[in-house]
Design a protein around this ligand. Structure first.
Ligand code: DO4
Ligand code: MG
Length: 306
């Protein structure tokens, strides 16, 4: 089963739903009420849900699985690969990455408000004032308001390596801008994933129909515990409608590889889903792009959820 946001036609209001087999059971207007339940209550509510009023998934528009006051936060330097890539790209400040990798306190940073998050097949963007840009394929933790991990999703933490590399204090500009965060296609409840430390993550970047970069890894290489990362997020803050925490990347295309306008980025996390997004360059291009730029057929069925 997957929790998702969808709409049945372009003008219709978004709704929350539970996808089981090929049908969506409506769960109300927004996801937020689900994240006020404790994990056990959510499990009972979803597993006993009646299936009347279910709609077929084929043909619906699947939206980014986040709404209301939820935010996306992200972790940095949680894999050795990420540490090494940042040590290499930073001009003068490589020590901060080594120190944060070993420190007790993890690096957490604000990534996106809900309204800025792009869903599956939506265009993402690189900044027009950036030279080197990469996708960052990451396991995303969906947390309820009580700080419990209730689900998993796929996040693309699109980043400017050149802006962050110039000075780590430019991190918010390298990481948070319109088109820099994609999430989805949906949320897999925690109780359906046996071991979150044994999930394969695959990234491919296509250009003109050919794969120009690909790699895969596993969450087994994560240097931190998921619950520890989440605990820091709730230590001095409230997330009344829940929060999404992206857990960091283990795949970084080697410099000087950079995303280009028209690329298609595809991230698959085993059992969680496949998130695919076309790349645009600059704000104006992002705003005029439509989901059809992916060159893919309309969202169809459950094929992208495994
Ligand atoms: O330290 C900067 C951010 C690192 C990051 O986003 C990652 O490791 O995934
Ligand atoms: Mg990242």
């Amino acid at each position: 089963m997957h929790i998702l946001r969808f709409r049945t036609s372009p003008g219709a209001s978004p709704a929350a739903g539970l996808l089981v087999d090929e049908e969506i059971v409506p769960l109300g207007d927004t996801l937020a009420p689900l994240w006020s339940l404790r994990l056990e209550e959510l499990h009972d509510a979803l597993t006993s849900r009646a299936t009347q009023r279910a709609v077929p998934v084929d043909g619906v528009e699947v939206l980014a699985p986040i709404d209301g006051r939820s935010e996306v936060w992200a972790c940095g330097v949680t894999y050795e690969t990420s540490r090494e890539a940042r040590v290499e790209e930073s001009e003068h400040d490589s020590d901060v990455y080594r120190r944060v990798y070993d420190a007790e306190r993890p690096e957490l940073f604000f990534k996106s408000t809900a309204w800025r998050v792009r869903g599956d097949r939506d265009a993402i963007a690189v900044r027009s004032d950036s030279i080197v840009d990469v996708p960052e394929p990451e396991l995303a933790l969906v947390c309820n308001r009580h700080g419990e991990i209730v689900g998993y999703s796929v996040c693309n933490d699109v980043s400017s390596r050149s802006i962050e590399g110039e000075n780590p204090l430019y991190l918010p500009q390298a990481k948070s801008y319109l088109g820099s965060c994609a999430l989805g296609p949906a949320i897999r409840p925690v109780w359906e994933i046996d071991d979150p430390y044994a999930l394969s993550i695959a990234l491919s970047i296509e250009r003109g129909g050919k794969v120009v970069w690909q790699g895969d890894t596993s969450t087994g290489r994560l240097h931190r515990k998921l619950e520890d990362l989440v605990s820091y997020l709730f230590l001095a803050d409230r997330h009344p409608d829940g929060v999404v925490l992206s857990t960091g990347t283990c795949l970084v295309p080697e410099s000087p590889f950079s995303l280009a306008d028209g690329d298609l980025v595809r991230i698959t996390i085993d059992g969680v889903g496949t998130l695919a997004n076309p790349v645009t360059r600059g704000l104006a291009a992002l705003e005029s792009a439509s989901a059809d730029a992916a060159g893919e057929t309309p969202w169809s069925g459950t094929a992208r959820l495994h």
